[in-house]
Write a protein that binds this ligand. Structure first.
Ligand code: IMP
Ligand code: MG
Length: 177
């Protein structure tokens, strides 16, 4: 059992900056999906905070579902083996799907999600991530909506965890030794 980190993470992206960027993303998504049947799928647990804020910035009727995945590897590097740990509740056929995750790193997670969701026959599948670490990409996947591009740092807060801690920190930061 890990103990909580002794120090608060050092701020990288403030809560105010996150909120402002989410308003922009919400407006862009609202324009792009106007008049279309939209289903938002949050990748739990990390994306629940971002998703909660993002969907309230989308001024359209939408349905919300979530999927839980487990990724194997070390805390800071994905092995590429990602398995689904939950089933969707909603029908996706005839729907436009927007998958929301807090960070796009190697891309293995979103690749797995794409493969899983494709089987449900949605009209299309797009991705929205709060953070993109472009230099870490391994899988051939790109996000359609990106909140912030960040360098290759291990970040926490706003849903991102360190041994399951720090998800409730209201900003994105880096761990302090
Ligand atoms: P990917 O499969 O390597 O793209 O990684 C996606 C998942 O790894 C994210 O949804 C996070 O749960 C986790 N992850 C990747 N980078 C970080 C980080 O810097 N901090 C915390 N979690 C991370
Ligand atoms: Mg995640």
């Amino acid at each position: 059992m890990e103990t909580p980190p002794a120090l608060l993470p050092k701020e990288l992206i403030s809560a105010t900056a996150i909120a402002a960027r989410i308003r922009e993303l919400g407006a862009e998504i609202s324009r792009d999906y106007a008049g279309k049947p939209l289903t938002v799928i949050a990748i739990a647990n990390g994306a629940i905070i971002f998703t909660a804020d993002l969907i309230r910035a989308i001024d359209l009727p939408l349905q919300l579902d979530s999927i839980m995945l487990a990724s194997y590897g070390t805390q800071t590097a994905s092995s590429g083996e990602v398995v689904s740990r939950s089933k969707l509740k909603l029908e996706l056929s005839g729907r436009h799907v927007l998958v929301v995750d807090e960070i796009l790193d190697s891309g293995h997670t979103l690749m797995k999600v794409f493969e899983l969701l494709k089987q449900e026959k949605p009209i299309d599948v797009k991705f929205c991530v709060l953070l993109n670490k472009q230099e870490r990409r391994r899988a051939d996947i790109r996000a359609d909506y990106v909140g912030f591009e960040i360098p290759d740092h291990f970040v926490v807060g706003y849903g991102l965890d360190y041994h399951e801690y720090c998800r409730n920190v209201p900003y994105v930061g880096v761990m302090q030794e």
